[in-house]
Design a protein around this ligand. Structure first.
Ligand code: GLA
Ligand code: ZN
Length: 679
């Protein structure tokens, strides 16, 4: 649902903080034009100015801002202010404030600390949103609704407890069903009445109910999505404009999959800690874009926030090196964003974000490195307008599933130290080979339609949500290639172990094996994956290092491609492939080193023809493709290394911005990015 016909450039604009300085507000607009900006999110934290006293709405100042922006060719992304409520509300209606897991209610302070259940809060938000919608919902300068801000957190108040119980009743029907799902005879923890159930509060003693914790997280997600739905309904009284909410990538407090339907447009806030020495960071950021877009893989998303310079809340607020701002901005576009938006436009004088990167600093001029970098992005976006609305064609899916992640993090077993079960690390490790090989990827959850992909890579699918196994089986049967790993198919949606052969729900047949025991290794322990010579895979080495987890398997119909090199399971299968229907299912039983994954998944990318272009990329360079409605491809070559790189183009292309022909060697400066199109 796209209402914009240009790539959006701008960001969070907080004129509410500057109402006493009309000259600054006037100056803003001329600076915005100089920076090549055309869209701003307005009103995100302005409730106290929009309703200074209960029931007295003051919207004229906001009308003035929106009008002025519009008259100057700048669109407004209009926010609902529910991310922070005014003092009068907290004082008069304490129930709007959140209660923490120790049972303490927050006072008027900070932001993002309201209860999502409170009928009072919901009613106040409804009235505010209605008022905003009535006044601005059809304003030609307004493009989109920015609902609230970074929904997150949870509330343990009595209202939320009651809502949780109602949610459980709807899910399980009877207490018997719930007790059965919770395996609650364990530690004598059966519930005899609904009132005995509480949220997982901070407790003394050991946690009995993994499923209760899982359900609480599901409830928090559903309650938050329901809150957003209510916000949207209020808007809908007067406005048909699309709504979005700014999400937070892999934030684990919510399952964003449940927001797919309530959001008309997906948007998110991107704050990578560039130059922090993490060599996986460019891929991690790419993966986060792909996960956010993966919520609606056929549509462009919006990068709603990013810092034009340093981010002030990170451990070390390092500046973006020359070139990095352009690269980070165009990386978002390369992955399907129709926008480059910043937090924020102008630095405030006070508060905890006064030193956060902003387009306009305290000097108030255009004469800064940051401003020039931003203006340069504005220029390039203008030259790339043909891209607006274009698709991100992906034939590979990497599965990251939040409910699976919650279940894995909650379970006790394998390795309980450090990075817990290593799920996120596995997802990233599986994603990185595609980043290196120049392959477009959708990162999706278990609710995805796998049939649209050629290759699905699904690490550690410990918990199989309803329908997931069947979908994966059908995908392989119909010719797809699946890559799974150890500790897959162990429990059902309620975290109850499958009895009998695992991976459960028929995945044992798909992979042609049974998982028997799983060995967890201490940090210093190593095993190896030794590739069998006759496996036909063109690997560089015979043997790769294995660490942390070794799943032991017994094959039924699968063929062994590699075996463990040592320990009592030396010589048993560590990498297998099974033909199932018209497709193939690979099973990587162990956690192995990145070079193996790079070669293995790089090999599958080449043989399945999944690369954007038939080209080998130097270290640090990645390539993505967007395709416009006429089928014209845009290739984004991105150099994340701090030295120049060269790519040999497989075919004559042209520079998208200038139309200049481009053949043979493509030179990319350090942190350089070039966009080429088909001739
Ligand atoms: C988040 C918020 C913004 C701002 C930025 C700072 O993304 O949505 O309001 O606090 O962080 O990085
Ligand atoms: Zn509450």
């Amino acid at each position: 649902m796209r209402t914009w016909n240009v790539l959006l450039h701008g960001g969070d604009y907080n004129p509410g903080q500057w109402l006493e300085s009309p000259e600054i507000l006037r100056e803003d607009v001329s600076l915005m034009k100089q920076a090549g900006c055309n869209a701003f999110s307005v009103g995100i934290f302005d409730w106290e100015r929009l309703e200074p006293e209960e029931g007295r709405y003051e919207l004229d100042w906001l009308a003035g801002i929106i009008d002025r922006l519009y008259e100057n060719g700048i669109y407004t992304i209009l926010a609902t202010p529910s991310g922070a409520r005014p003092g009068w509300m907290a004082e008069k209606y304490p129930e709007v404030m959140r209660v923490n897991e120790y049972g303490q209610r927050d006072r008027f302070s900070g932001r993002h600390n309201h209860c999502y259940t409170s009928p009072v809060y919901r009613e106040k938000v409804r009235m505010m949103n209605r008022a905003l919608s009535e006044r601005f919902g059809r304003h030609p300068g307004v493009l989109l609704w920015h609902i609230s801000n970074e929904y997150g957190g949870e509330c343990h108040c009595e209202l939320c407890q009651a809502a949780f119980r109602a949610w459980l009743r709807a899910r399980y029907g009877t207490l018997e069903n719930l007790n059965r799902a919770y395996w609650s005879s364990f530690w004598s923890h059966s519930y005899a009445s609904w009132d005995q159930i509480t949220s997982p509060l901070a407790r003394v003693g050991e946690t009995a109910h993994h499923t209760l914790v899982l359900d609480w997280k599901r409830f928090v997600t559903d309650q938050t999505a329901d809150f957003m739905r209510a916000e949207k309904e209020a808007i809908r009284a007067f406005s048909d404009l699309p709504v979005t909410t700014n999400m937070m990538g892999f934030y684990d407090g919510l399952n964003y999959g449940k927001f797919r339907d309530v959001c008309d447009v997906i948007s998110w806030d991107n704050y990578p800690h560039w130059h922090n020495g993490d060599e996986a960071l460019p891929a991690r950021t790419a993966m986060t874009h792909d996960m956010m877009r993966g919520l609606k893989p056929d549509e462009p998303f919006l990068m709603m926030e990013s810092s034009p310079s340093a981010t002030n809340w990170v451990d070390v607020a390092k500046l973006r090196r020359p070139g990095m701002h352009m690269l980070a901005s165009l990386q978002a576009v390369a992955h399907g964003s129709d926008s480059v938006l910043y937090f924020q436009w102008r630095k405030g004088r006070g508060g905890c974000e006064k030193f956060h990167g902003a387009v306009v600093g305290h000097d108030g001029t255009a004469n800064t490195r940051v401003f020039r970098d931003v203006a340069a992005v504005g220029e390039r976006l203008k030259a790339l307008q043909g891209l607006v609305g274009s698709a991100f064609p992906a034939r590979v899916a990497v599965v990251h599933d939040m409910e699976n992640r919650w279940a894995l993090e909650e379970m006790k077993g394998l390795r309980n130290i450090q990075h817990q079960k290593g799920y996120m690390e596995d997802v990233l490790a599986m994603y990185r080979p595609f980043f290196r090989a120049g392959v477009n990827v959708d990162v999706v959850d278990m609710e995805a339609d796998f049939s649209r992909y050629s290759l699905v890579v699904a690490p550690m699918l410990y918990m199989l949500r309803a329908g997931a196994a069947e979908k994966l089986a059908r995908f392989v049967e119909q010719g797809g290639t699946l890559v799974g790993t150890g500790w897959t198919g162990i429990v059902d949606e309620n975290d109850l172990c499958f009895l009998g052969s695992v991976p459960g729900q028929g995945l044992d047949t798909v992979f042609g094996l049974t998982e028997t025991e799983i060995d967890a290794l201490y940090d210093g322990d190593r095993n190896s994956l030794s590739l069998t010579p006759e496996n036909g895979l063109p690997f560089l080495r015979r043997s790769y290092e294995v660490r942390e987890l070794c799943q032991l398997v017994e094959t039924t119909t699968a063929r062994t491609l590699g075996v463990y090199g040592s320990d009592f399971y030396a010589g048993t299968p560590a990498l297998t492939v099974n033909t199932y229907g018209r497709g193939r299912a690979y099973f990587l039983a162990c956690r192995t080193e990145q070079p193996f994954l790079d070669q293995f998944l790089g090999y599958l990318s080449r043989t399945l023809g999944l690369r954007c272009l038939d080209v080998d990329l130097p270290e640090g360079v990645s390539l993505n493709e967007r395709r416009d409605a006429d089928g014209r491809a845009y290739y984004f070559f991105q150099n994340f290394s701090d030295h120049p790189a060269e790519v040999t183009l497989p075919a004559p292309l042209s520079e998208a911005e200038t139309g200049q022909p481009c053949e043979g060697a493509l030179h990319l400066p350090a942190y350089g990015v070039k966009v080429l199109t088909e001739r």
